[in-house]
Design a protein around this ligand. Structure first.
Ligand code: NAD
Length: 247
């Protein structure tokens, strides 16, 4: 099917649905200059294994290594700006077309674009906390300490090691994931945007809904189940679909 026909099919599915949720992954933010994990040639995986560096195994056992390599990746995402795809999703929510966004991203770009109902199922890069006493600190505190050479950064209250509040490989899922599951189970359509759908347990979500649209540059394991698969850039696809819905 031609892209134009896929956009039409996606738009009519969205219009015909009572409740639509969106699931985003790193691919929605590549157009904001943040590399994803798995795009061939540019993904972070090309240079290192993120499941090793961004893991509790490394944070707990080799905190210096975590802060010298993994933390830099997290910190570098924080200056990015939303792109058209983030803004269209925010607009879609305002107009009541989608109920909210579930994101695997930790780059804060849905917030920056004005989305309100956001389930950050892999945490965020706004805060950190102490591994020993749980004291919360802002991400800026972590960055300032690391810049000053305090590696690993330590809690001012108890001297425990501080961590960013992102869900690392090996961490349990946050409560936001339970809420996201409930939202998807109540929805009749899920739109996946920019995710390889290989990271569990987030990749169970497409299996929990009747109707599925996948917008992703490359193949995913759930393409077989999707009503519409669009292999285009997120912003281009969303712009075309939104033009058909809003007019
Ligand atoms: P992934 O890297 O596994 O998959 C991204 C997918 O997006 C790929 O299949 C790629 O083909 C596709 N893609 C890339 N650019 C695209 C575009 N412009 N339009 C449409 N599709 C595009 O990412 P994932 O599934 O989110 O899983 C990786 C994990 O790493 C997640 O936990 C994610 O949150 C985290 N991560 C987050 C960021 C971020 O916050 N921006 C960046 C890197 C990794």
């Amino acid at each position: 099917m031609r892209s134009e026909d896929l956009f039409k099919k996606a738009a009519s599915l969205i219009k015909a649905s009572k409740k639509v949720m969106v699931l985003t992954g790193a691919g929605i933010s590549t157009e904001s200059g943040i590399p994803d994990f798995r795009s061939p040639g540019t993904g972070l995986w090309e240079n290192m294994d993120p499941t090793e560096i961004l893991s509790t195994q490394v944070l707990f056992n080799y905190p210096e290594k975590f802060y010298k390599i993994g933390f830099k990746i997290l910190s570098s995402m924080r200056n990015a700006e939303p792109n058209e795809a983030h803004y269209i999703l925010s607009e879609m929510e305002k107009k009541g077309v989608i109920a909210g966004v579930i994101t695997q991203n930790i780059d804060n770009l849905h917030q920056k674009a004005g989305s309100k109902k956001i389930y950050e199922v892999h945490g965020n890069t706004r805060e950190g906390s102490c591994l020993r006493c749980g004291e919360k600190v802002s991400f800026e505190v972590l960055e300032r300490k690391v810049e000053k050479g305090e590696i690993p950064p330590r809690c001012d209250k108890c001297n425990g090691i501080l961590r960013p509040d992102v869900v690392l490989f090996g961490d349990p899922m946050p409560y936001a994931f339970d809420l996201a599951v409930k939202e998807v189970q109540e929805s009749d359509l899920l739109i996946v945007i920019g995710s390889s759908l290989v990271v569990a347990p987030v990749n169970f979500l497409p299996g929990m809904v009747d109707r599925l649209i996948i917008i992703n540059a490359t193949e995913t394991p759930y393409d077989y189940k999707a009503d519409v698969v669009i292999r285009e850039k997120a912003s281009y696809a969303l712009r075309n679909i939104w033009d058909l819905i809003k007019n």
